[in-house]
Design a protein around this ligand. Structure first.
Ligand SMILES: [Fe+2]
Length: 285
């Protein structure tokens, strides 16, 4: 066999091996990711559906695939950790999703960076959509919520990119990100189990300065490319290569953070590999 022929055979083998590895990793149907959290001061368990980074992606006709997946899990409450809307894709799929859940579950929401990247006018329209459907936006705010006979504190802060939207708008909190954290920490100082919803996982160290029991985040999209068991994400915004908080569960002292890999799929700049979009279900026991 000539050297030239041998070279092409090796190239072909490498290509086949790479394709055999990558193609199954492109499978991007919805995954349900469960977490169980031991919440010492809760007797009746509470099930949370964590919805993040939908980016108005399509989940079947009128978002039925996502809505049915949530219904099957029978959550007590839905928490939306930002980038539910997108700055490029129209809001239709997000609206279908909201229509499908708001009357069945209490819904809480915080902003992500992409809502702000839309600009002031489009941002206000998106916030008006939330208001129309009765979704409670937490913008440096907290609510004591009673579900299953248990009262928990649900705190929420705006994405740090809030500065990109003209200040003093009817929909912007004038406090900085850190000021919002301080505020919700003080407001929720009542002994209840306390959850913080915040889009950004890379700020975990900031969260550990306060008294939050559980922090729910998104934003990292699972690090986009994964090799399960070997590499938990190649790249994430605001974390760079080999992100520490790409997705999963993280603990530091009393603070636990759960990072969803999010629901974005067809609009991602590069395809997700071994990183299926996920609906996160958290059981507080
Ligand atoms: Fe984001």
């Amino acid at each position: 066999m000539s050297r030239k022929k041998m070279k092409w055979i090796i190239i072909l083998i490498v290509f086949i091996v790479l394709a055999a590895f990558i193609v199954p990793g492109l499978f991007n149907d919805l995954k349900i990711q469960h977490y169980s959290v031991n919440a010492v001061n809760i007797s009746n368990s509470i099930r949370i559906a964590l919805v993040t980074d939908l980016h108005s992606c399509r989940y079947g006709e009128k978002e039925q695939e996502l809505i049915e997946a949530i219904d099957e899990q029978k959550p007590d409450i839905i928490m939306m950790a930002g980038d539910i809307f997108d700055n490029v894709i129209p809001d239709d799929n997000t609206e279908y999703f909201l229509q499908g859940v708001v009357e069945k579950y209490p819904c809480y929401y915080v902003t992500g960076n992409h809502e702000y990247w839309s600009g002031s006018s489009a941002f206000s329209e998106k916030m008006a959509v939330l208001e129309k459907y009765g979704v409670k936006r937490l913008s440096g705010e907290f609510e004591a919520v009673t579900v299953n006979g248990e009262t928990i504190n649900v705190c929420g802060v705006d994405d740090p990119d809030a500065y990109m939207v003209a200040s003093k708008s009817a929909y912007q909190n004038d406090l900085s990100f850190d000021e919002q954290l301080i505020r919700v920490n003080e407001l929720s100082d009542n002994g209840n189990y306390t959850i913080l919803i915040s889009h950004r996982p890379e700020l975990f160290k900031n969260y550990t300065k306060y008294d939050f029991d559980l922090v729910l985040c998104g934003h990292a999209h699972g690090g986009q490319w994964r090799i399960p068991g070997i590499l938990n994400g190649l790249y994430a915004p605001n974390q760079g290569l080999f992100p520490k908080y790409a997705g999963g569960e993280y603990n530091d002292g009393r603070t636990k953070m759960i990072v969803s890999r999010g629901l974005a799929r067809e609009n991602t700049r590069v395809p997700r590999i071994y990183d299926r979009p996920e609906l996160v279900i958290v059981d507080l026991n």
